[in-house]
Design a protein around this ligand. Sequence first.
Ligand code: BT5
Length: 325
Amino acid sequence: MSKTKNHILKLLFKNRNDYISGQKISDEIGCSRTAVWKHIKELENEGYTIASVHKRGYKLIDAPDQLSEAKIYAGLTTKTLGHHLVYQDEIPSTQKKAQHLAEDGAEEGTVVLADEQTSGRGRLGRSWHSPKGTGIWMSLIIRPDIPIHKAPQFTLLTAVAVVKAVKHVTGLDCEIKWPNDILYKGKKFVGILTELQAEAADVKAIIVGIGINVNAAIDDFPEELKDIATSLRAEAGTAFDRAELIQEILKAFEDLYKSYMDEGFGLIKLLWESYAISLGRQIYARTANGTVVQGLAQGINDEGVLLLKDKDGKIHKIYSADIEI
Ligand code: BT5
């Protein structure tokens, strides 16, 4: 989308409850009224419904579920998170882009968002299915002043933020499977990927990748995902506004992040445990080197590490693994 059109869209969103005159738009943007009119027509062709009333101006009535910077900014209630937003219709991976931006010094709170990822990725080089127009594929850059061993706590913080936001927007109660999956009735619809840039023992940046199946139809999933994955639309029977969910997630994340920096991991740990499915159950933890530990999931410790008690009563600390219940 051209810069001018994006700017007009931002003004329309900002004045959503009222008319804004063509003159005011052209003054603010520094283009002619004819140019404003041309862009409004283009927006209408793209699916926006815009009322146009003589002597009053333009008013946004309805917007398609098309992501754009303007749409996200319009309802964003965070103090800083997402204020620097990098949006692309198509990208190989928001995570990769965010990694590069963080290396180049991108400010804390920068968010990279795309409508489609062509090489979305999960942990350990797995791929993440990220089709066009139906999901949320985004990566957040944060720069907490913490030692690196605490970074995995941000996977748990993110999971809590997403569960809260999903509840707020859709009413669905979902569950967290340690460390990075969010499920609804046993099927995965959210994956979280937390990566780190460090200098010696300190965190320079944490890149939090969040993938959410929002409006995808199960029939459109690739064969290997049909039985294990779901989407919010498939579960609720109705489509959701991705921009609203993004705004809620960023708000919930920012609030939890503040609580984390002010008071530590305590509140997040409590919330996380209240949403976790595996606790108190016999589970298998398969680590990256293929070792499998079976035991009772007792909880997480203060660093977010999973504690498994095996049949001999020995406690295993699981730092990273896939869990089978
Ligand atoms: C994850 O990895 O669950 C982390 C996924 C993170 C994706 C986000 S999207 C924005 C950002 N940019 C990126 O490139 N990535 C991040 P893992 O625990 O390794 O799970 C990967 C596995 O989940 C795959 O092997 C599939 O079995 C399954 N999977 C792939 N795509 C899925 C989808 N759309 N929905 C549900 N499950 C999926």
